[in-house]
Write a protein that binds this ligand. Structure first.
Ligand code: SAM
Ligand code: MD0
Ligand code: SF4
Length: 341
């Protein structure tokens, strides 16, 4: 274990067997892994942490992912926010001090199958009104739509593979093509956009699968890399699947950090709310995602309401905790430098 962490600190490549050893660590060894991850984060990022506002503007979806509350066959309340309201919420988030706005939607048939233009106009008006970098999380879209994003200088395209095991992918993202999803993000990269890749834990993966995924996702030139623990949802096929031990998510964050020292790595408030922030930052994360303004009717994905309306999933709520950990939020200029391509 010591030798592996020393290799990591020296910036050497890690083998799959070594990643598996790190994933299996416990007790003092696990704590040493987090310490190494923090050391590596500090080298490049010092005490700076970045904050992302989350705007889930349509929860309609044509897909039927087995792990997702918003899968098409789940009979739930859904919303599609009007452009004016989305713009108002985006402005409110910008004023509160986030560094980026993540505009997210299900694969809403109204946009995906009829007319995508309204989404492009929302993006343009938000960019113009706030001046903030934007991430678009629209699911899989054709290359000509990605071209439209690139034309509007959308900085980020987020699209998570969840696992690099194709068979497992097929059991989770029903009737969706692995290669189409992968190729969409790779295409966005060739058009000059930054990409975010992501994994889930607790979805039936083996330790070997997880190690393969961690190594593979570290090689697609993604500037942001995330992992989220599966959270069971009412009414989905995986409702009874147990949520995994959070140590696995933390260890994955730490390994992603040591393999990708300069990457942005989220501590998502969408898994355990504000109570889960410190442990994820301690594991080497440097971006807080899923900040949602209270009382706007906006939902999260894995935690659709936790900590939202009481105002703890806000810049203010997050800053308090970061401060107590000796960390600070970066300035907008610092964030802009971070994502310069
Ligand atoms: N519909 C688009 C898509 O699927 O790419 C955008 C939404 S995307 C941001 C939703 C992501 O949240 C999934 O890719 C998955 O990583 C995560 N997620 C969804 N349901 C989850 C759950 N029950 N527990 C944990 N993470 C979940
Ligand atoms: C988050 N709830 O950041 C959001 C979402 C989509 N790009 C991100 C999963 O945790
Ligand atoms: Fe739809 Fe995305 Fe949920 Fe899959 S993960 S059901 S694509 S919203």
């Amino acid at each position: 274990m010591k030798a592996i962490l020393q290799k990591a600190l020296n910036g050497q490549h890690l083998e799959k067997s070594e990643v598996i050893t790190l994933l299996a660590s416990a007790g003092a060894e696990e704590r040493a892994l987090y310490e190494a991850a923090r050391t590596i984060r500090t080298r490049y990022f010092e005490d700076r942490i970045y904050l992302y506002g989350f705007v889930y503007f349509s929860t309609y979806c044509r897909n039927n992912c087995n792990f997702c509350y918003y899968r098409s066959s789940n009979q739930i309340h859904r919303y599609r926010k009007e452009p004016d309201e989305v713009l108002m919420i985006a402005k409110q988030l910008a004023e509160s001090g986030v560094h980026l706005l993540d505009l997210t939607m299900g694969e809403d048939p109204v946009y995906h199958e009829k007319e995508f233009t309204p989404v492009l106009s929302i993006i343009s008006s938000i960019k113009e009104a706030t001046g903030l970098p934007v991430m678009i999380s629209p699911g899989v879209v054709p290359n000509n739509i990605i071209d439209e994003f690139a034309k509007r200088n959308v900085e980020w395209y987020a699209l998570y593979q969840e696992t690099y095991n194709r068979d497992l992918f097929a059991t989770l993202r029903l009737d969706q093509e692995y290669d189409r999803r992968m190729n969409a993000k790779l295409y966005a990269r060739t058009q000059g956009m930054l990409i975010e890749e992501g994994l889930m834990t607790g979805i039936g993966e083996s330790m070997e699968d997880l190690a393969d995924s961690i190594l593979a996702m570290s090689h697609i030139d993604a500037k942001q890399l995330r992992v989220m623990s599966f959270v069971p949802q009412k009414g989905i096929p995986m409702e009874q699947t147990k949520s995994p031990d959070r140590g696995l998510e933390s260890k994955t964050i730490a390994i992603l950090r040591i393999l990708n020292p300069k990457s942005l790595i989220p501590a998502s408030l969408d898994v355990d709310g504000i109570a889960g922030l410190a442990s994820r930052i301690d594991a080497g994360a440097n971006v807080v995602t899923s900040i949602i303004p209270p009382n706007t009717g906006l939902a999260g994905v894995a935690q659709n309401s936790m900590d939202i309306d009481d105002g703890s999933r806000t810049v203010e709520g997050v800053r308090k905790i970061l401060k107590s950990m000796g960390l600070r939020t970066g300035t907008q200029e610092e964030y802009q430098r971070e994502i310069q391509v």
